[in-house]
Design a protein around this ligand. Structure first.
Ligand code: SF4
Length: 395
């Protein structure tokens, strides 16, 4: 029998698909308590290499609320993917999580530490309450199995009956903007964007509380990227699911996420709502990332990259790990590591030396803000930090 023609990709028909939707979250009926969905606390991940121990993730802290869309950004090698793998407990021996907690609560009432539960319990949570869309996952579909069968298989693993699973396939495909005929096709008959939608359909089959997507739009053209991002945004609204999206691509974050965490050298160095973080970055590294993005339609200007290279996780520098690349480095930065702390709201000097109105819930790890200098630093060091702020930093 001839293969039916593959339908063109289309945006999902339901949901608003607009950034406005990201900012107007509805109450989540399955949340019955006040606990956040995910709390990462002081998480360390070490890789054992032939040249020593690499501290790939170091004291990472992040909270994700129910229904929230949070982005993780940073250069390659900053630890983004390792952070995700640690949350999902898929770090392979001899690499391991050496310290920290990942507290998860799908209903806001009961909380489990994913770092202490056994493999069996973790397997139950993965797929049912936490779905993972790994990097390059569109290439992980079984080339000799029909799409519908692959979607059904995922549900059978979690105890859904075959009849129920098969009945659910058309609605899952519709949710990601695909026609039911796709269920009869093999992966090689689909475009990259369609395969990525199938992966998302598999991820949402059990209606998880959290989808973790690692570079979900890499290798897709801009139009398909936009459709995938709209699909994710609609799913959040329809299924009350939170999304953690990892991408080095800041424009992707700007289109989708509500809050962003910036990673540098294994640490989260800034978190805040996406608009303030992009426009009024507190950390000089975040500011450098933003200045490296070309403005569409703006005047022709030479883009400024961030000078220098990321240090090796085998030997992070003392103090602030960004100090050898930072245009605002001060003496204290070379000896004292800043801590991620909330900056007191109000009119403050920010990373680029201008002043801005800092809103609540913006966290940064940088000595430009006294909240970030640990109380264990000596009085002289704390004084140096304050003097640096007054002078705008000095090399
Ligand atoms: Fe720059 Fe110092 Fe802030 Fe690090 S702590 S980002 S070196 S100003």
């Amino acid at each position: 029998m001839a293969t039916p023609p593959v339908t063109a990709e289309r945006a999902p028909t339901s949901g608003s698909g607009s950034r406005t939707a990201a900012l107007t979250r509805k109450p989540n009926p399955r949340v019955i308590g006040n606990l956040p969905l995910l709390q990462i606390k002081d998480l360390d991940v070490h890789f054992i290499t032939g040249r020593g121990t690499a501290r790939v993730v170091d004291k990472a802290n992040l909270t994700i609320q129910h229904n929230e869309i949070v982005g993780i950004a940073g250069e390659s090698g900053s630890g983004k993917t390792t952070l995700v793998e640690a949350i999902l407990q898929i770090i392979r021996f001899p690499n391991r999580v050496t310290h920290g907690q990942v507290l998860f609560s799908h209903d806001g009432k009961e909380q489990v530490d994913l770092m202490t539960i056994g493999d069996r319990r973790m397997r139950q949570l993965r797929g049912r309450h936490i779905a993972y869309v790994p990097q390059g996952s569109m290439n992980s579909l079984n080339p000799v199995a029909k799409i519908g069968d692959q979607i059904v298989d995922g549900m059978l693993d979690h105890g859904v009956s075959e009849r129920e699973a098969k009945a659910k396939v058309p609605s899952l495909l519709a949710r990601v903007g695909l026609d039911d005929r796709v269920s009869k096709l093999y992966p090689h008959e689909l475009s990259g964007g369609m395969k990525q939608r199938v992966i998302i359909a598999i991820a949402i089959a059990m209606e998880p509380a959290l989808i973790v997507a690692d570079e979900p739009t890499t290798a897709l053209d801009v139009n398909v990227q936009r459709l995938i991002l709209e699909t994710l945004l609609n799913l959040r609204d329809e299924l009350n699911v939170a999304i953690m999206i990892v991408s080095h691509d800041l424009p992707v974050h700007a289109q989708l996420v509500e809050r962003i965490g910036i990673m540098y050298a294994g640490q989260i160095v800034e978190t805040g709502d996406i608009r303030s973080t992009v426009k009024e970055s507190l950390h000089p590294y975040t500011n450098g990332l933003m200045r490296a993005i070309p403005a569409i339609g703006g005047s022709r200007e030479r883009l400024e990259g961030i000078g220098g290279a990321t240090p090796s996780p085998l030997a992070w520098p003392e103090g602030c790990r960004f100090h050898n690349r930072c245009p605002r480095v001060m003496d204290i930065c070379k000896g004292v590591m800043p801590i991620l702390a909330e900056v007191a709201p109000g009119t403050r000097e920010i990373a680029d030396g201008t002043t801005a109105e800092v809103i609540p819930d913006r966290l940064v790890a940088c000595h430009l803000y006294p909240e970030s200098t640990p109380s264990t630093a000596s009085a002289a060091e704390r004084g140096a930090s304050m003097a640096g702020i007054a002078q705008g930093g000095s090399r």
